[in-house]
Ligand binder design. Structure first.
Ligand SMILES: NC(=O)c1ccc[n+]([C@@H]2O[C@H](COP(=O)([O-])OP(=O)(O)OC[C@H]3O[C@@H](n4cnc5c(N)ncnc54)[C@H](OP(=O)(O)O)[C@@H]3O)[C@@H](O)[C@H]2O)c1
Length: 239
């Protein structure tokens, strides 16, 4: 399969890329993020898992139309049509509405919402021609339940769920699946970046691998079966 995973230098995205890299089937795996050094380290890690696959990595800010179009065009030129696109790149700024600046609000929407729109729009035309494809988007349980301080993040994660529901109805007759995954708290760097405000890291969170397993499961079903949405939460958050 020809797989693109956005925001795959670490965390959930890297776990997804590693999961595909461990599979027997030969893949082309494309990863992007903004920091070149972390991306290169991630690609090396993937190559050390298996040399059987083809790997492609390039710096790409998902919020930037030119970056996204170049990334997808280059990937398609090398490997052909994208068969699985995983819209994973995202971040949060958690502040009360009167404290969050317009620029902070818009930056969250630019990555978490516009980025999903841009990547999906770039990959979709060739998927439609090929009459097959799977688009997986990592939303969040924060895309279903609001909380104080989550206005920008929740707005972005509710919005991608709505967008994915619409796109599925638009292109399901071309055999294209849309899978939205809504995890609860996952043990990654997500909450420890100082720019992300005052969110507290959960001690009993999911692991990035748990989310990666959901992606692999959804991708493993026959193309006629679409798990449209998955909620995943820790079984025992106090355990
Ligand atoms: N961790 C959680 O508790 C949790 C729960 C539910 C949903 N999620 C969602 O899961 C996804 C992955 O989160 P994570 O926990 O793995 O976070 P993470 O460890 O902070 O990793 C985020 C990844 O996205 C990349 N990224 C961020 N902004 C980007 C942009 N504009 N363009 C390209 N790449 C970008 C980062 O690299 P660069 O900074 O170098 O670009 C990094 O590779 C996000 O969409 C997040 O909202 C996370």
């Amino acid at each position: 399969m020809n797989i693109i995973i956005t925001g795959a230098s670490k965390g959930i995205g890297l776990a997804i890329a590693k999961t595909f890299a461990k599979q027997n089937e030969k893949h082309a795996i494309g990863i992007c993020s903004r920091k070149k050094d972390e991306l290169e380290t991630a690609e090396k890690e993937l190559r050390s898992i298996s040399a059987k696959h083809e790997y492609f990595s390039a710096v790409c800010d998902v919020s930037q139309e030119k970056d996204v179009n170049n990334f997808v065009a280059e990937f398609e030129k090398k490997f052909g049509v994208v068969t699985i696109l995983v819209n994973n790149a995202g971040f949060g700024i958690f502040k009360p509405i009167l404290d969050i600046t317009k620029q902070e609000f818009e930056s969250v929407l630019a990555t978490n919402l516009r980025g999903v729109f841009l990547f999906t729009r770039a990959a979709l035309p060739k998927m439609r021609e090929a009459k097959t494809g799977t688009v997986v988007t990592i939303s969040s349980l924060a895309g279903k339940n609001g909380f104080a301080g989550g206005a920008a993040y929740c707005a972005s994660k509710f919005a991608v769920r709505g967008m994915m529901q619409c796109l599925f109805l638009e292109v399901r007759e071309d055999n294209i699946r849309f899978v939205t995954i809504c995890p609860g708290s996952v043990e990654t760097d997500f909450f420890i970046d100082e720019n992300h405000g005052s969110a507290i890291k959960s001690k009993k969170a999911l692991m990035a691998q748990d989310v990666a397993d959901c992606v692999a499961l959804a991708a493993s079903l026959p193309q006629n079966a679409d798990i449209s949405e998955i909620d995943i939460r820790p079984t025992n958050p106090k355990g």
